[in-house]
Design a protein around this ligand. Sequence first.
Ligand SMILES: [Zn+2]
Length: 421
Amino acid sequence: MRGEHAVATNVRINGQRLWDSLMEMAKIGATEKGGNCRLALTDLDRQGRDLFVRWCREAGCTVTVDKIGNIFARRPGKDNSLPPVMTGSHLDTQPTGGKFDGVYGVLAGLEVIRTLNDTGSETAAPIEVAVWTNEEGSRFAPAMVASGVFGGVFDLDYALSRADTEGKTMGEELRRIGYAGEAEVGGRAVGAFFEAHIEQGPILEAERKTIGVVQGVQGIRWFEITLTGQEAHAGPTPMRRRKDALVGSSRIVGQVNRIGLDNLPYACATVGMMQVFPNSRNVIPGRVFFTVDFRHPDAKVLAGMATELEKACHDVADDLGLVLDFKEIWYSPPVTFAPECVAAVKGAATELGFAHLDIISGAGHDAVYVSRVAPTAMVFVPCENGISHNEIENATPQDLAAGCDVLLRAMLARANAAPAA
Ligand SMILES: [Zn+2]
């Protein structure tokens, strides 16, 4: 048994075939600037799904679709009572999306199966490739909704009733394109889940590393803050008599930035939106509304950042005689991936001789929700200038192949691991 499995670890995926498949998929919904537009549950999404399903059937897989349209292509193992080792990502894109975000993780999974077929390799546990519906959240909010149902985060009915701007629901659109499946969503054991993805950030490229060994995903806290002072004429009102809401807000923006810098290397702190009332050049601003986005992989540090922000807001408001309205509107807790899956990714990168780096994901992924119900990890590969959610998104065939080789090896390690007692 051991010897047989050792043979498979010398196997390499076919990088050219992976690249060709990516380019073939990219023809569906191709945009002028070289990107892709395949919004969830549109006709173009259906064409992308149909192509994937056809490829999987040609590779000998059985294909199952669940009630929220997630697709699972399964390659049997020697012992089909074992829970599958799963990989996958999403085929939907942003309106001006790229050729690799999500698609890479799906087609890397297909390439793993094709490679196992080429070499006649058997795995102990079955292998599955998943396509998660509506990851982007661009047509139907929220993002990652279907992997969220699988992970027990959202109810099925909630997800099916999500509507686009024209009032069309996910349920209606799934039926229309023929992907309202029969299978229950989740509720079954998954031995391990691995998602390969482009980094969507600049770190791997800057550090000249081929593989990102993803440790987890940052937690996020969102705040909405309103400071109210008093509008007054910019001329006759002496400086010391003013209640200037924008002066207060500016001080808080400085504090937000300082809190981010104080919690490096992982903290991110951003004021991305600000509305000034009445926004007139000769009126002292009487009211300012702004948002704060805090991110950190450690829940305690993130909570500490929030406490500091609230204190800073009160201090500024007191100092300037402003009225403060401070609300936390969203908290997405940090995710720490399963040590045995992270170790499988790191081990694979090391054994294959790829330069690699431990990294934290700054963006959300389907793996976040799947990690609620299955031991999970991710493999990142660099993307050009760290740019994603953009038609010019790019990655090299070599890096994509390297990530897929790591994925194959990590999946084999888990699929052939002795089942837990
Ligand atoms: Zn993605």
